[in-house]
Design a protein around this ligand. Structure first.
Ligand code: 13P
Length: 321
């Protein structure tokens, strides 16, 4: 597990998140007037995975249940890209307010053993944390992070590297300062619980958000500011024994996510663990819009995808010009 975790965050390469649930890919496709079907989902994802040169930039891909069962993990293995799998089962209401907790612990050990047999080497569990004046509440943090830690423990027991993903949502009108405060609180509590449960941090990856102002705040933070606050937040809350930290793109445009990553890598300020990327939308958006569901667009869409992956690869090294 330790070796897999290290390979996933090896210098310059990063992870492609292609684990959109049926609901999410349906929405993505609707935006370009396509109807999601298992066959069309497969065609789209196969297009990405077979793009020439993908293995130069991508160390691992997070798959969805449907995709791993369609055998697409084998294409990745053929290119020495590590296949992983999203194993949470989405969100359910929590309490009286708008908070939603992640579900999927029931029957998890059995599902994980099946994924292991199908070739998966790592797993991902996403929790969602919404910032408002009153959220996240303490009872929600206890419950949702508790579930995340149980997942990590079970995953390591089965022999799969867990990626714990507490996503601090971009939605809302909060300031960067409030985002830093909440992300620090969430991560500190998460690691307290991981350590208390005996999860091996050297075989664990944290996937989290860059520290940004809410998208309705009216302010766009400059990359250098994002970098400084994000690095400070991680230094204050992530133990140095962890295998690595990767960022989600979380609704930033491909250019924003890439530029912010580049600035972060230029301002590591003594961070002692690898910092990399695990983008979904920021890596896929332009390719999806070039493809539009037409076979004759596959080649150009693959080129567009590789172009973005190359930019993110340079950003991962802080060498994007
Ligand atoms: P985005 O980069 O699109 O936020 O996706 C990452 C992810 O895996 C969300 O769970």
């Amino acid at each position: 597990m330790k070796e897999t975790a290290q390979r996933l965050v090896a210098s310059s390469k990063g992870i492609l998140a292609a684990d959109e649930s049926t609901k999410t890919i349906t929405k993505m496709f609707e935006a370009i007037n396509l109807t999601s079907t298992p066959e069309l989902n497969k065609k789209y994802r196969k297009m990405l995975f077979t793009a020439v040169g993908i293995e130069e930039f991508i160390s691992g891909v997070i798959l969805y249940n449907e995709t791993i069962r369609q055998g697409l993990g084998k294409i990745l293995e053929g290119k020495a890209i590590i296949p992983g799998i999203k194993v949470d089962e989405g969100l359910e209401p929590f309490g009286e307010g708008e908070e939603e907790a992640t579900k999927g612990l029931e029957g998890l050990p059995e599902r994980l053993k099946e994924y292991l047999e199908m070739g998966a080497k790592f797993t991902k569990w996403r929790g969602v944390f919404r910032i408002s004046d009153t959220t996240p509440t303490d009872s929600f943090l206890e419950e949702n992070l508790g579930r995340m830690v149980k997942f990590a423990k079970i995953s390591q027991e089965v022999g799969l590297v867990p990626i714990v993903e507490p996503e601090i949502l971009l939605d809302g009108n909060h300031t960067t300062t409030r985002c830093e405060e909440i992300e620090t609180k969430v991560l500190k509590l998460l690691f307290e619980k991981l350590v208390a449960e005996g999860v091996d941090l050297s075989s664990l990856i944290l996937k989290t958000s860059m520290v940004l102002p809410g998208k309705d705040n009216g302010v766009k933070a400059a990359p250098l500011e994002v970098a400084k606050v994000t690095v400070r937040t991680l230094k204050n809350s992530v133990p140095s024994g962890i295998a690595g930290v990767v960022f989600l793109s979380g609704g930033q445009s491909p250019n924003e996510a890439t530029d912010n990553l580049n600035e972060i890598e230029k301002n590591l300020d003594g961070i002692s663990f690898p910092l990399s990327f695990s983008f979904g939308r920021a890596l896929q958006e332009e390719a999806l819009n070039s493809w539009k569901g037409f076979d004759e667009n596959i080649k150009i869409a693959q080129e567009v995808f590789i172009n973005r992956a190359r930019k993110v690869f340079f950003a991962r090294k802080g060498e994007l010009t």
